[in-house]
Design a protein around this ligand. Sequence first.
Ligand code: C2E
Ligand code: MG
Ligand code: MG
Ligand code: MG
Length: 282
Amino acid sequence: QAKAEGRGNHRFFVPEMDRRMQSRRSLELDLRRAVVDGEFEMYYQPLVDTSDGQISGFEALLRWNHPSEGLILPDQFIPSAEDIGLIVPIGEWVLRQACSLAATWPTHIGVSVNLSPAQFRTGDLVRTVTTALAVSGIEPSRLHLEITEGVLLEHTDETLKILHSLRNLGVRIAMDDFGTGYSSLSYLRSFPFDKIKIDQSFVQDLFSGSEALSIIRAVTDLGRNLGMTTTAEGVETAAQLEQIQKEGCSEVQGYYVGRPMCAVSATRLLTEALPRDGVEAA
Ligand code: C2E
Ligand code: MG
Ligand code: MG
Ligand code: MG
């Protein structure tokens, strides 16, 4: 009986495994083709300064225009791209795209780029960033590099060396998705981040009677005391925005203030916003 059951499971398990490996293999092949054929596109989501309601920058978010599947979001392919080492060339492309677009924007507008742990392990991240800055000609302080705890989890000494070298170039370093990992606070102590991005889950739970509000309040205070910008991610409603502003977060990001959009729309948003600032064309 047990044997039959075992065999039954086995029979079920193999094709399932096989199917998964096959779809994984085809995703890999797809990704390699996407790199060669240039199927990636950057979207840009505004970051808004809560003190004046103005756009302070944009976060560059990777999209894959798949020829048959349509637009694919990063969570669905970045893990695979990391596994097969493709995130390194893709990440280089992302940095070049983001910096050269920022070069067309007013100089007070920043651009944020997400980095994968794999980019710290392989490749020459410092040189890649140096090149992207040099080619675009943007002021290094306009480039904000976002890392998650995953980056600090492994190879800590080497990682910290790279982070300090990046910082010495003049770029800003942000801790992304703050509060979601095991020891966010200890990571804050390991490197002097310029910015803390509070994970969107805290904003989502803001009015649910959980600890979310207290945590946002505490992190905002912490950021202020440490001289870091605090950004609330995932602001979707006017009520959330109002509460976040009350807590003193310096920056907000989310669908309520602006969705990720193509480069042309992002640039248009900036030029449309200018006359409202009273910065009339000279
Ligand atoms: P992230 O860096 O935390 O980026 C914010 C994510 O939240 C984006 O998802 C954005 O579209 C989404 N978002 C923004 N506002 C709202 C909101 O109001 N509500 C909700 N529900 N979501 C909102 P996206 O673009 O799907 O990216 C997911 C993650 O993929 C990013 O999280 C980042 O970790 C990673 N990623 C994106 N682009 C790149 C890239 O070029 N390189 C690397 N290594 N990772 C990237
Ligand atoms: Mg990010
Ligand atoms: Mg985030
Ligand atoms: Mg995230």
